[in-house]
Design a protein around this ligand. Structure first.
Ligand SMILES: [Zn+2]
Length: 263
């Protein structure tokens, strides 16, 4: 038979308070972690923005270099063409056949030289075009990332403000709970919080400590289930509680006692 304990009236109010305190602290810690990771979200956009900027300036340098190269190559082509034209002009004045042959060969070489220079110029122009396209694309990306940064900064600020409000509210909730805790119990809780990185109170589920997975000895489990006193795990020292099935499913922490072997 179930012990009839008025719902909401804990058998051990200190245990009940500890469970509530752990719940609040877990929520506070999660909210703090969420605030802590917010700037990282900004970091991703900032690095995308910086990448776009450096890609853009690299392409701009390539573009400037190719303009310089283009001018140089055009000068070379014009000089080579002049040379070729002069050689051709000389052809009609040459009378000796050997000299004529030699001049023809020189004209051919000069013309080949012009072709080579023109091919080199075409490559420079193609590189310049690629660089121009890169600059345009990266400028668009910079603009995009800049707008994204503005939006993300606003989102982060709003989210941080809302989380900080939540933390503030939870801290005042926490304060009210701590005020009702016996100082010795509070000390025990705080020591466990430090020792176990934020988890001092945990569930004993199916006779297993959910903090360290220790299989709880039967007699201790019976006591935990009764909820009469603050019981701790023999292994990790965490404070243990038991959730019992109520009606259609899991609910309220079982400080409302169940029939046990002790009854
Ligand atoms: Zn344990």
């Amino acid at each position: 038979m179930l012990r009839t304990v008025q719902k909401g009236v804990p058998v051990n109010d200190q245990l009940q308070l500890l469970i509530a305190l752990q719940k609040v602290d877990t929520t506070i810690l999660a909210a703090i972690r969420q605030v802590e990771v917010l700037p990282a979200r900004l970091g991703n956009h900032e690095s995308a923005f910086r990448n776009a900027e450096s890609e853009c300036s690299r392409a701009e340098r390539v573009l400037a270099d190719s303009a310089e190269k283009k001018r140089g190559k055009e000068r070379e082509i014009s000089e080579a063409k002049d040379r070729s034209a002069k050689l051709k002009a000389r052809t009609s004045e040459i009378k000796k056949s050997t000299e004529y042959q030699a001049n023809l060969a020189e004209v051919e070489r000069a013309e080949a030289g012009v072709s080579n220079l023109e091919a080199a110029l075409a490559l420079i122009l193609a590189d310049a075009e690629t660089a121009r396209q890169t600059v345009a694309a990266q400028k668009a990306r910079i603009e995009q990332e800049q707008s994204a940064l503005v939006i993300v900064r606003q989102e982060i600020a709003a989210e941080a403000a809302s989380k900080n409000d939540e933390i503030k509210r939870l801290k005042s909730e926490r304060k009210k709970i701590v005020q009702q805790l016996e100082s010795e119990v509070n000390n025990q809780y705080m020591n466990l919080m430090r020792m176990h990185r934020g988890v001092a109170v945990t569930e004993a589920k199916d006779a297993v400590c959910q903090g360290c997975n220790l299989h709880i000895p039967p007699q201790l489990y019976v006591e935990i289930k009764s909820g009469y006193a603050i019981e701790t795990c023999p292994e990790c020292r965490r404070i243990l509680y038991h959730i019992r099935l109520e009606g259609n499913g899991l609910s309220a922490v079982s400080v409302v006692s169940e029939p046990t072997a002790a009854d």
